[in-house]
Design a protein around this ligand. Structure first.
Ligand code: PLP
Ligand code: COI
Length: 337
């Protein structure tokens, strides 16, 4: 196998097997392995017309001890079921979800990157409505798919400060919409803002609260956090995806003696943080070095020495160590494969 693990981007690499399970006549079939990268769909499937598609993202890591650990798969399983309910789809059972994650890693074990190369095996479960429906209503049949692919850092900077742009002329979700769910449509809605941000030299965009454009909501495909006065602050909002990484960082922050606040963060408060960052499965922790408000031109700067701040670094190392088995898994987050 010819993979340069150290320079792997966050992209797609063909692996050996994926798994598929089908919901029909009230039951899910046992997940079956397939070596094909293709699926067959009915031309009137609801996922193609009315966006009945949700997904998840989680990672498996090879530890120094050679063991493979999955990070908090049951949390992804719960969120997956919740997203399904939000789009009136058939939820996939949580235990079967965790089993499928383990199995897809085992089947593709040779693609789990070596310890220490900064890469991991990304697992992508998805659920789509498959039965034909031309009127707008939920499908009766569903397909669960799960594949795995080795990935490197989501932002090419890795654990180096990135540049973010505040956008006010696009929203990714509606105030009472699907932001809390991991629905493909939310990502389609974020593309214009994100691609323009890339063209203008930013790694990603900061979306503000949809109603008032007064508070920080999400950092592109990741949650946002700020640190000041020994406190970890992260937005509480019902239009963002509840990040499992962020939930874990809140616990780790408390564990290293920080106060933790989940509350609205006004844009004006950005200037008062000592450190800010984006966090998520793909992004891990991406320290933010610069935020530019596209409309007002205001610039916020952090990491003036070109490196991540002290507390972000401490949290990053703590999280990575747990994920790779380098320190005690005292919260019981890892599932051994
Ligand atoms: N917010 C959005 C919009 C995301 O797509 C993700 C990625 O899953 C996150 C936040 C981070 O969530 P998690 O830490 O569970 O991966
Ligand atoms: C993740 O962090 O797992 C994501 O899903 C973010 C992005 C790749 C969509």
């Amino acid at each position: 196998m010819d993979i340069n693990w150290k320079s792997l981007p966050f992209g797609y690499v063909k692996t050996d097997y994926n798994l598929r399970s089908y919901f029909k006549d009230g039951t899910w079939s046992a997940p079956e392995a397939s070596a094909s990268e293709e699926i067959t769909l009915h031309i009137a499937a609801t996922c193609l017309h009315y966006g009945q598609e949700i997904f998840e993202g989680l990672k498996a890591f090879r530890g120094k001890d050679g063991k493979i650990r999955l990070f908090r798969p049951e949390e992804n399983g719960k969120r997956f079921a919740n997203s399904a309910k939000g789009l009136l789809m058939q939820p996939f059972p949580i235990e079967l979800f965790v089993e499928s994650c383990k199995k897809v890693v085992k089947l593709n074990e040779r693609f789990v990157p070596p310890y220490g190369d900064g890469a991991s095996l990304y697992i992508r479960p998805l659920l789509v409505g498959t039965s034909p429906q031309v009127g707008v209503s939920p499908a009766r049949e569903y397909m669960f798919l799960i594949f795995a692919t080795p990935v490197g850092p989501y932002f090419k900077e890795g654990f180096k400060p990135i540049k973010m742009q505040i956008v006010r002329d696009f929203d990714r979700v509606a105030p009472l919409g699907t932001g809390k769910f991991k629905a493909g449509g939310n990502y389609a809605a974020s593309l214009q803002a994100t691609e323009r941000g890339h063209d203008e030299g930013f790694s990603s965009v900061l979306f503000l609260d949809v109603k008032e454009k007064r508070y920080v909501d999400e950092a592109g495909p990741a949650n946002f956090f700020g640190i000041k006065n020994n406190t970890y602050v992260t937005p509480s909002s019902n239009t963002i995806l509840d990040s499992i990484t962020n939930m874990s960082l809140c616990q780790l922050a408390a564990d290293i003696g920080l106060k933790v606040e989940r509350r609205a963060i006004e844009v004006d408060e950005l200037g008062t943080f000592e450190e800010v960052g984006a966090c998520g499965t793909a992004a891990v922790i991406s320290p933010i070095g610069t935020i530019v408000d596209r409309e007002t031109g205001k610039v916020y700067e952090y990491c003036k020495d070109g490196n991540a701040g002290k507390i972000s670094t401490q949290l990053y190392n703590y999280l990575r160590q747990i994920q790779e088995g380098g320190t005690e898994d005292k919260f019981g987050w890892n599932t051994l494969v």
